[in-house]
Design a protein around this ligand. Structure first.
Ligand SMILES: [Zn+2]
Ligand SMILES: [Zn+2]
Length: 276
């Protein structure tokens, strides 16, 4: 039996807070403020965990607004999100498939609060109090996080980069494991463009801290993901049949990366895929 939240220090002033072994949130402390990058599933009280780690005022920065990253938002006052997903905070929704997924976790002995009922669980709404734009610098006092808009997994996905400490917080844009490009709002072509942009940073980033899976990992994962998706678009990687928690998918995998694509997705016919 573990705790609902697992906390580990990954770098000076950086903790990962993992809820039920599923989603990573990161507390990043500057001299004046602390940023909480994503807020978990919303099943436990992440604010209580954060308040044990820092006494600084906390600003929530969301990498995107899928329910497993914004669950604890409603416990905080200051929330930044990319404008493309501001509506997502007001109407968070957990699909039946995701509820069943939670139920399976519960049956497998994960430490849910007593009386938790996955069938009734729905995330609480919250509202953005400010917007995150590409190139914006968020100054926490002696530590700056740069916003990179990286649509693909979702339209308002962003990554945060601490250039001095060479850290990246990548949300669901890059991690080791299946990255979802088959969801409503996902855009494989936009993801390719985002990964090609991020791959410039592959040798600059020492610690890559994603929303799921192994953390920290390294910046070379950005290059592997970009190369693999580019080869998938060129038709060089065979697509396999697979199943996500939501639906049937096509799977492309290479090195440490894997992407789930819609079942009707095909590599573009021409060498230069149409923008979309
Ligand atoms: Zn997501
Ligand atoms: Zn996620």
């Amino acid at each position: 039996m573990g705790d609902l939240f697992e906390v580990r220090k990954l770098a000076p002033g950086v903790h990962v807070i993992t809820e039920l072994g599923q989603s990573h949130a990161y507390l990043v402390e500057g001299g004046a403020y602390a940023a909480l990058i994503d807020t978990g599933l919303g099943i436990g009280d992440i604010r209580a965990v954060v308040e044990k780690l820092t006494s600084r005022p906390v600003v929530v920065l969301n990498t995107h607004t899928h329910w497993d990253h914004v669950g604890g938002n409603h416990r905080f006052e200051h929330i930044g999100v990319h404008p493309a997903e501001a509506d997502g905070l007001q109407h968070p929704r957990l699909s039946e498939a995701s509820q069943q997924y939670l139920r399976r976790l519960q049956e497998n002995g994960h430490p849910f609060p007593s009386g938790f009922d996955a069938k009734r669980f729905q995330p609480r709404p919250s509202s953005a109090t400010f917007f995150l734009e590409h190139g914006q610098e968020i100054d926490l006092g002696g530590r700056v996080l740069m916003v990179w808009h990286t649509p693909g997994h979702s339209p308002g996905s962003v990554c945060f980069v601490d250039e001095v400490e060479r850290l990246m917080f990548a949300g669901d844009t890059v991690y080791e494991g299946p990255i979802y490009l088959h969801l409503p709002g996902s855009d494989p072509q936009a993801m390719l463009t985002s990964l090609e942009m991020l791959s410039q940073l592959a040798w600059e980033i020492n610690l890559l801290m994603p929303g799921h899976g192994l953390t920290p990992t390294d910046g070379r994962l950005l290059q592997e993901a970009a190369d693999g998706l580019r080869r998938t678009f060129a038709g060089e990687v065979p697509l396999k049949k697979g199943v996500s928690i939501h639906s049937a998918v096509r799977v492309t995998s290479f090195a440490r990366c894997m992407f789930f694509l819609p079942t009707d997705w095909r590599p573009p016919q021409s060498g230069t895929p149409a923008a979309g």
